[in-house]
Design a protein around this ligand. Sequence first.
Ligand code: AMP
Ligand code: MG
Length: 340
Amino acid sequence: METKVLEPTPEGLRIAGEIIRGGGLVAFPTETVYGLGANALSAEAVARIFEAKGRPRFDPVIVHVAAPEEAEALWSEVPPLARALMERFWPGPLTIVLPKRDVIPDIVTAGLPTVAIRMPAHEAALGLIRAAERPIAAPSANRFGKTSPTHHEHVLEELGGRIEAVLAWGPTPVGIESTVISLVEDPPRVLRPGGTPLELLREVVGELRADPPQVRGGPAPSPGTMRRHYMPRTPLFLLEPGLPEDGWEELPRDRCGYLGFTAAKRGFRFGEVLSERGDLREAAARFFASLRRLDSLGLSAIVAEPVPEEGLGVAIMDRLKRASRGVARLNAHSVWIKRL
Ligand code: AMP
Ligand code: MG
């Protein structure tokens, strides 16, 4: 794929907006860093972000809007504090986390019931969102593990040939990422420090939790506080070939849900197939919604078929492995599990 380098003109924005509407990827400047944007209302378009970045795992992605009303249409609850924050800090480097509406696909939030939204203070970013006529999901426009790009040349070095276009606007003014604040917790909590200083936030919010960012190898955050990753409540087991052996635990098949990649439902009453044609992009796009549906049924276990660990399959398997409590094998009537 040849990556178009689009000039800072109305025509450049028009073309970029069309690419987003068509499900393509456009890197664009914001006041913080360059973002890698896709239509936030399309699960497949957002799956392509993870593919292009080569991210080996799914993380929730920030949704960018061009006006507070557009954010209000994507959240299911908008407390007065959110309005006060938007009024004071938007457009600008403040991202607000609140419960999402169903129009936001699960892959945007990595399965979480909340969505992070901000309105960037950059004419090109706002021009792109308006031209696309829809909200734009975007993480930083770099390959996985690299630093966030503050110039379109950095974007081209890393993602050239992997995305449809980049808006070439030169350096970004702030260069650090947005502050992320969750209003789902009480008191509100800063999930990531960034371009909006905490002292200014406290003027509006009052009491604010801002535990220091996690140290690598440090203690895990206490469960339920930092809900930055969706994990199913139903115990999940990874399917492996072979028949049950001594010591395996038997579960009736109709008490189990099946999360399959391409195969049919294998006689399960509750089953989801991620992609009949074996397409990992489609599988990624459906993954979180399928997992959540099975998780909502109150079953004893979810049996998940592994996917190939290549491309987006790496991120899918990362989530399955982290959610799994052990392995499962099947025989004609039952599911057999071994907890690990
Ligand atoms: P970036 O990839 O640089 O855009 O970073 C996105 C940041 O926002 C990460 O720290 C995410 O964990 C955080 N984030 C995005 N969406 C959510 C959400 N729904 N709940 C909590 N944190 C979020
Ligand atoms: Mg990043």
